[in-house]
Design a protein around this ligand. Sequence first.
Ligand code: HAM
Length: 426
Amino acid sequence: MSIQIPRGTQDILPGTVEKWQYIEEKAKEICKLYNYKEIRTPMFEHTELFLRGVGDTTDIVQKEMYSFEDRGGRSITLRPEGTASAVRSFVENKLYGNPQQPTKLFYIGPMFRYERPQAGRFRQFVQFGVEALGSNDPSIDAEVIALAVDLYKSLGLKNLKVVINSLGDKESRDAHRQALVNHFKPRITEFCGDCQSRLEKNPLRILDCKKDRDHELMGTAPSILEYLNDESKQYFDKVVKFLSDLGIQYEIDANLVRGLDYYYHTAFEIMSTSEGFGSITTLCGGGRYNGLVQEIGGPETPGIGFALSIERLLSAMEAENVSFPFEDKIDCYVVALGEEAKEASVKVLYDLRKAGIVAEKDYQDKKLKAQFKAADRLQASYTVVFGDDELNKGVVSVKTMETGEQEEVSFSELVTYISEKKSGER
Ligand code: HAM
């Protein structure tokens, strides 16, 4: 039996890969506008990083990591997300020492989670994410949300919903935590095993449980927004005010808790509201993670960021029937007939390409008709034709496919002729 691709992964073939490249370019353009710089970190890290960074009571750490022992006996994990790695690198490379702060980073790369594959959920997926480290200014919370919204809009998406919440600072979170314990404890035996162990370790996670989400205690659970202290409340008010100033519509959802442990204050998600998008509607998630840098061994530094997967972005574009504004065509197809002409075509092609002309020829000894067919299939704008006779006379025939116009051009002028045609000078 032939070997098949692992479950939850996908091949991105020519024809589709151009869409990915287009999205990645857009993301990079927007990061340039907002002054976020690219960072590339390894695809695997010491497992310890994610235990500490993502949190050992999260589903990601408990159930979804690709961890293995390497030949040196170290526990290694394929990164399930990018924030912990970005923070590790920030600390290890002392980026906090750079005079220009906050440190504004972005990344695009594959992440790995052993999840049950379904629409929008892969085991290897590509995240685009940004992280801003070193600022406690609520305007940067609004900035990262605006950046994500801008990216989606620049790609043509319209059916978006920004959902935001505040998880408060440590004091607020602790007060809320206690209220959650008091709320769930008397009836915790009615909940799943996971929730029972979450009760003492991290009761906020109970609100995110998929199995028990219909339990009556879920709807009546104390809301974090009631436990925000004044400082946390003021912070949150400023973030949403900035969003309003930027014209970004949002909904406040006190039940938004996110699946990672490192969040304080702002937490947000961007959802697709397209009909038929499927059951997983979250396109993007992020928030503020004051405390994470210290957890990973660095100086006290606040941070905020988000990540979104290109897979879900593409599905959202499909659901909204958004088209890509690029064409997949070549400039010039070289048809050579006869032995000598075929040999000469190698150099002709090389010269065209050196001049920035996208050029192709036949490599399979095809007949004339089949070569013209290939030129059509590749949507060549020009077809250059010559045989041994023309080669001896030093001329080629150039056909402009759109108009059908045909001209005889000398060999030495071919590159200039096509360049000028292409740029509209001729
Ligand atoms: P997350 O919510 O775990 O957050 O993931 C962020 C986004 O990654 C999701 O909204 C979704 O678009 C995509 N995603 C996650 N899992 C999958 C999957 N199995 N298949 C396809 N797409 C997926 C984080 O990863 C945080 N590091 C975000 C962050 C950055 N917070 C602060 N900075």
